[in-house]
Design a protein around this ligand. Structure first.
Ligand code: 13P
Ligand code: ZN
Length: 294
């Protein structure tokens, strides 16, 4: 079907701006802003879409421009991504989705994307696009339903990266022991990078390498990356980890004395009850009191 037929066919006449994908993007970026996790232009989200999913929309079939990318994304050739723009404020996305987000398709050579909708004032994908795309590539090996990568700046989790040793086992166990829900939501734990410069392909490949084992990766002193099979799943991972970090902060505000805790046996009982296979080496270790005394 050529472009004119597509345009005239009522089956292809819906506007992408009214699609559930754009609606969800507006809603979730608004929630991230409302939670205080995405000040100014902080944070970015990418949502993988298939050709089948965008087909019904009449206004996404003409290439608007081509945008170069600085690494090889050919493993995603042909895939579409609805992605937030660099420098765009999450508080505005729901009101101006066609300006603050864009729908791009990865080109076969993997070094550019074609824009089919959005970024109407000349905008570009997030400066963390390499970390997003490399994460999608890595997580698609683990989960064919991988859809969403979400980055934000959750306050308590960032604060904790200054006060706890940057050690995956220790940070995971502290977070697991803050609330029983934590191990249920992220039984594999949380990956932790060293501090790195944002917006680089180096932090992108380091993040993706961690995504081999984890769906949550902490960027110390900066924020978090989450990967999931839906917007709700990625947001839910972040919500849960930040809730645990908030409890950690509150414990410190209450004086920091640990008098009772979720024990390693309690963690095992949770794993049994919810049929989880948590990362085995994180299941046993020091008590919370010992870990927080460091
Ligand atoms: P962008 O505005 O380029 O998405 O950057 C925001 C951010 O959080 C960088 O880490
Ligand atoms: Zn950031």
């Amino acid at each position: 079907m050529d472009k004119i037929q597509q345009f005239l066919n009522p089956e292809y006449s819906q506007s992408f701006g009214a699609s559930p994908y754009v609606q969800q993007m507006g809603k979730l970026t608004g929630l991230l802003y409302d939670h205080g996790w995405d000040e100014r232009n902080g944070g970015n989200v990418s949502y993988r879409l298939t050709a089948e999913e965008i087909k019904p929309y009449g206004d996404v079939h003409a290439r608007l421009r081509t945008i170069p990318i600085d690494f090889d994304a050919s493993a995603l050739a042909g895939s579409y991504f609805l992605v937030t723009g660099t420098g765009r404020y999450f508080k505005n996305v729901a009101s101006f989705p066609q300006r603050d987000t864009g729908l791009v398709q990865i080109n076969p050579d993997g070094h550019s994307v074609d824009l089919f909708w959005g970024f109407c004032d000349g905008g570009l994908p997030t400066s963390e696009f390499s970390a997003h795309l490399m994460t999608h590539i890595e997580r698609l090996h683990r989960d064919p339903n991988q859809r969403v990568v979400m980055h934000c700046h959750p306050t308590n989790l960032i604060a904790l990266s200054f006060t706890l040793p940057q050690n995956e086992k220790l940070i995971t166990r502290v977070l697991w022991k803050m609330h029983p829900e934590s191990i249920v939501v992220f039984p594999e734990g949380i990956g932790v990078l060293p501090y790195m410069t944002p917006g680089t392909t180096a932090i992108g490949s380091a993040t993706a390498a961690k995504m081999h084992d984890y769906r949550l990766v902490l960027w110390p002193h900066h924020g978090i990356f989450a990967a999931g099979d839906s917007m709700d799943e990625a947001f839910g991972l972040i919500e849960t980890v930040e809730k645990s970090a908030l409890i950690y902060t509150t414990i410190q505000n209450q004086g920091g004395q640990i008098r009772a805790e979720i024990t390693d046996e309690n963690l095992q009982e949770l794993a049994d009850r919810f049929s989880l296979t948590p990362k085995a080496e994180f299941m046993h270790g020091e008590t919370l009191a010992q870990m927080l005394a460091k």
